[in-house]
Design a protein around this ligand. Structure first.
Ligand code: GTP
Ligand code: SPV
Ligand code: MN
Length: 595
């Protein structure tokens, strides 16, 4: 039964029924009873496996198709009327042309299946910054994930009221045919079409498709920002909390930084770290002129491999109940889960992520991995031991500092600060990182990824840079300070030099000291770099970190940076005319300083 009298919603759902002709339609109300029934159905059909309910209450395991394990950037499109409004960094096709191509794929594709209608709200219910979407899907996996990742059901419809202002998302698994897989955004129409995938970012339409691609376009029009950023708070012993947002590309450390455990030197003084978000920030200028961030999500879709008791105990604790595990290994001995880096004891009797049963010997002989490198957990935010008490604050939290970063084996130092906002926008636009398993394709190749938004910007990248500059003008001297970090410098043997994880707080503390004007820095051609003595390394000797090592981590090699500037120039040339003149000037100034 329809849960709303909103005519725009009803008309659109009817249109979806006519197009995809499901045998029946079920509206998701968000009640526990309905979700339980769907879980049981998924256990019966084998779509999901119920895990050990004593050890992992409410937890389930799901395997996707082998050809469907990550976002597919090559098959992701931004469709607009005019090419230049989305291209050339995005794949583009004219709106009507794309629809004509996809409609035959959708026609009748839910025959024999059930269509679920999921009303959901991105952002806290009642927040003026929240936005509603409706996703139709033929996947119970999607319903259960959306229930964790967003605010689902009647409450979302109530937030929408009679309004037509909702994002229409149509997802169908169809045949999981990679040749006909499309993830398509129509920002000018508030619409998302996804077909032939059953994996995370391709099908949980509230996440990357809406909260970044569609929302970045809305933000440009409406004067706010949707960014691929974590949000964390550092509470000082006097109780004052400063908030930092950080943009790193996929699988480059957002979830880990957002949930970090303070090192002993800070913990004993009474510092605490609180998580507001681990992937996406929506930011508005508040009444006081400062920038405020909300997390539009309600859960964490985190990378499993590498998550363990030492690296990220908060994330691990978050996954102990009510969690969906995707493409991790199944420990058959006790019906639990395992992934590379969880501990040093891979289960002997296991099913690898593909579902193939292996024993310890075969696994070693195959040299393979038990879990897929992009295997994930979908866990409710409320489970998180360090969840900020501001998580549901409808106005968000004020941002003191913004951070950009990526995986750079050499060029980028541990940290530097931009000279000012516009230079910071240049630094963000110049981001580069080695690719990871979060997207299909080669891993470890350096590519330019402006603001970690290359795969997620819903409009022309040059216009997007322009929007950043505009926001800076409006914020004036209340703008957050902008920094750049790199946790991933390697030594000659390819090992990471900096210990990372909780120890990254030492770098955040330098940033906050800079924001308060408590510490000076060295002016270099690329920005302000710390005096090595100002990064607190007390207690790091056992991890091989000495003052000299820090000096090495902060070193700026002018030749490498000139090469990097040339790479940025190539990117700007590729984007073309819409790159703001101010950024061209920033680039020219940088080159002059390096020469
Ligand atoms: P998405 O969910 O794809 O957006 O990823 P993310 O940016 O949240 O990355 P996440 O925190 O899940 O980390 C991805 C991988 O990077 C994991 O394997 C981590 O163990 C590793 N990682 C995270 N932080 C650090 C760090 O400070 N140093 C090192 N060496 N590795 C890290
Ligand atoms: C990312 O790839 O940045 C993710 C995972 O956060 S996904 O939802 O698949 O995009
Ligand atoms: Mn992400």
């Amino acid at each position: 039964m329809a849960l709303t009298t909103n005519k725009h919603v009803l008309d659109w759902v009817k249109e979806m029924e006519d197009l995809m002709t499901p045998d029946k339609t079920i509206w998701i109300d968000g009640s526990e009873g309905q979700l339980r029934a769907l879980r049981e159905e998924a256990f019966r059909t084998g779509e999901m496996t119920e895990l050990n309910q004593d050890l992992l209450p409410g937890c389930v395991l799901h395997h996707t198709a082998k050809n469907d394990v990550a976002r597919v950037e090559g098959r992701t499109f931004i469709c607009t009327k005019n090419r230049d409004d989305a291209a050339p960094i995005n794949n583009w096709m004219e709106t009507d042309e794309m629809k004509a191509k996809l409609i035959p794929l959708y026609t009748g594709c839910m025959k024999g299946r059930t269509m679920y209608v999921i009303p959901y709200c991105m952002g806290p219910i009642g927040s003026p910054f929240s936005k509603v979407g409706i996703e139709v899907t033929d996947s119970i996996y999607v319903v259960l994930n959306m229930d964790i990742m967003t605010r689902v059901g009647v409450k979302a419809l109530r937030q929408l009221g009679d309004s037509n202002d909702f994002v229409r998302g149509q997802h169908a698994k169809a045949d999981i045919d990679e040749e006909n897989r499309y993830i398509v955004q129509f920002p000018e129409e508030n619409a998302i079409w996804s077909i032939n995938s059953g994996y995370g970012g391709n099908v949980l339409l509230g996440k990357k498709c809406f909260a970044l691609r569609i929302a970045s376009y809305q933000g440009k029009k409406e004067g706010w920002m949707a960014e691929h950023m974590l949000i964390l708070g550092i509470e000082a012993p006097d109780g004052e909390t400063s908030y930092i947002t950080a943009a790193f590309p996929s699988a480059c450390g957002k979830t880990n930084l957002a949930m970090l455990i303070p090192p002993e030197i800070y913990a004993k003084q009474g510092y605490k770290v609180w998580t507001v978000g681990d992937d996406i920030a929506w930011m508005h200028i508040g009444d006081d002129g400062r920038l405020y961030a909300i997390n539009p999500e309600n859960g964490f879709f985190g990378v499993a491999p590498g998550t363990n008791e030492k690296s990220n105990p908060n994330a691990l604790a978050t996954t102990k109940k009510g969690t969906i595990f995707t493409n991790v290994a199944h420990n058959l001995a006790d019906n639990t889960v395992w992934w590379e880096g969880l501990d040093k004891n891979p289960p002997e009797d296991a099913q690898e992520w593909t579902g193939v049963a292996v024993n310890g010997k075969e696994y070693v002989a195959n040299g393979g991995k038990l879990a897929h490198p992009n295997s994930r957990f979908t866990a409710p935010a409320v489970n998180c031991p360090c969840l900020s008490k501001e998580f549901n604050n409808p106005n968000g939290v004020p941002v003191t500092a913004m951070v950009f970063g990526g995986r750079r084996a050499k060029t980028a130092p541990l940290v530097f600060q931009s000279f000012d906002w516009n230079h910071g926008v240049y630094v963000g636009s110049a981001m580069a990182s080695e690719t990871t398993a979060a997207a299909a394709g080669a891993v470890g190749v350096v590519r330019r990824d402006p603001m970690a938004m290359r795969p997620f910007c819903g409009y022309n990248m040059g216009d997007y840079f322009g929007h950043w500059l505009e926001m800076g003008k409006k914020l004036g001297d209340k703008a957050p300070k902008i920094f750049h970090v790199n946790w991933f410098r390697t030594d000659d043997e390819g090992h990471f030099i900096w210990p990372g994880f909780g120890d990254n707080m030492r770098v955040l503390m330098w940033m906050l000291a800079r924001c308060k004007g408590e510490v000076d820095a060295v002016e270099t051609p690329i920005g302000y770099v710390p005096h090595a003595e100002d990064i607190n390394i007390e207690g790091l000797e056992e991890k091989g970190i000495t003052l000299d090592v820090v000096k090495g981590l902060l070193d700026v090699d002018k030749d490498l940076w000139m090469e990097d500037a040339n790479g940025v120039e190539e990117l700007y040339n590729e984007i073309g005319e819409r790159v703001p003149a101010e950024l061209r000037k920033q680039l020219a100034d940088l080159k002059a300083r390096l020469a």
